[in-house]
Design a protein around this ligand. Structure first.
Ligand code: NAD
Length: 334
């Protein structure tokens, strides 16, 4: 049994990771900047802390007394957020830098850093039939402006803390992760959750049209959260010393993603394409040779299976909040 800190535990992936580590019997310290009532998941038996991990002293406080660190804290969101908040994304460099310094000072055994497919060179993602990004495709560096550069810098910071100070670090490059207990509205949501929300809203209100960002032909792969958690835990325990892809290789176009969600909802809408909206690179997929070699495993939960679970959760949440709004309206009128 270890004492483990999860930074960013109030967020989507951090909430699921905290649950898994807690269930494994570890003593977990969950830390996030958000007030506790805004965390997606709060688990009993876990020590919860609300701290701004950009501040060095708070990182020391968070890490002190732990054996392992999982750093998932970052100011981030989908394309709509990262294309318009580049400075905010880059300021997350303070979190990982100070967390590494605290980990070194506190004699931490292992440190996990959540990087992203946004580190990859943009010129290698101009084809919608992308055969998959290999780990070496991050160089020569031409990362996603703002968010991607911060991730690439922080990856290297991990590498040099290992080389110069002997701190054991593990870095996974997540490709789009989705599932229940994540953001589905407000501007930080990613494509799967956003499309589920739009279709559910359409069905609830009898809307005929759905707005798609871009021409719908851009491609991506999407990893269900259970695969992500399994991969994080395996990478942390492994002997992998270099940044490694953690993503599904089931690539689909955004149009196909909408087809799947409409099929789950049994509701079809007319598509309007917003060509001026943020849309990111043209084609992105995860190339999984390295993870198969190291772990004999790769993410494999089919997109349709994960989408059904995600759709059902968002549907429940939206139905509940619609009920609350209706009650509030009646109360206000009374
Ligand atoms: P998320 O936004 O749901 O979670 C991140 C959490 O970090 C949030 O709860 C946020 O409040 C917290 N945080 C932000 N600033 C903080 C600070 N100063 N101090 C303490 N906590 C702070 O995002 P997520 O989807 O769970 O992503 C987790 C990690 O994985 C992030 O580092 C993200 O960049 C990376 N990642 C995610 C995806 C994905 O598809 N979700 C893809 C690639 C990489």
């Amino acid at each position: 049994m270890k004492k483990i800190i999860v930074a960013g535990a109030g967020g989507f992936i951090g909430g699921h990771l905290t649950k898994a580590l807690n269930a494994m019997g570890h003593r977990v310290r969950a830390v996030d900047i958000k007030p506790l009532n805004k965390w997606y998941q709060v688990h009993s038996g876990v020590e919860n802390m609300v701290l701004d991990l950009r501040i060095k002293e708070y990182c020391y406080q968070a890490v002190n007394g732990c054996n392992e660190v999982f750093n998932l804290a970052a100011d981030m969101g989908g394309m709509g957020f990262i294309e318009t908040h580049k400075a905010a994304c880059m300021l997350s460099v303070l979190i990982n830098t100070h967390m590494l310094m605290a980990a070194k000072a506190c004699g931490i055994d292992r440190f996990f850093y959540s990087s992203s497919a946004c580190v990859y060179n943009g010129e290698k993602q101009t084809d919608p039939f992308n055969p998959g990004l290999k780990e070496s495709d991050a160089y020569p560096a031409l990362a996603e402006d703002g968010y991607g550069w911060e991730k690439l810098f922080s990856e290297r910071m991990c590498r040099h803390f290992t080389e110069d100070f002997g701190l054991l670090t593990r870095v996974a490059r997540f490709h789009n992760v989705f599932g229940p207990f994540g953001t589905y509205d407000g501007g930080r949501e990613k494509a799967p959750a956003a499309i589920c929300r739009k279709v559910i809203e359409g069905k609830m209100l009898g809307k005929k049209e759905i707005v798609i960002w871009g021409d719908g032909l851009q491609t991506r792969s999407f990893m269900y959260i259970d695969d992500c958690i399994k991969g994080i835990l395996a990478i942390m325990e492994s002997a992998i010393t270099e940044p490694i892809n953690l993503g599904s290789s089931e690539m689909v176009s955004i149009n196909q993603l909408v087809d799947y969600v409409e099929e789950i909802a049994s509701y079809t809408m007319e598509r309007k394409y917003d060509l001026g909206a943020p849309k990111g690179v043209r084609g992105r997929n995860s190339e999984n040779t390295l993870i198969r070699q190291y772990l004999g495993w790769e993410p494999s939960i089919p997109l349709k299976v994960g989408l059904k679970k995600t759709y059902d959760w968002i549907n429940e949440e939206m139905t509940r909040s619609r009920g609350k709004d209706a009650k509030r309206a009646v109360f206000n009128e009374a």
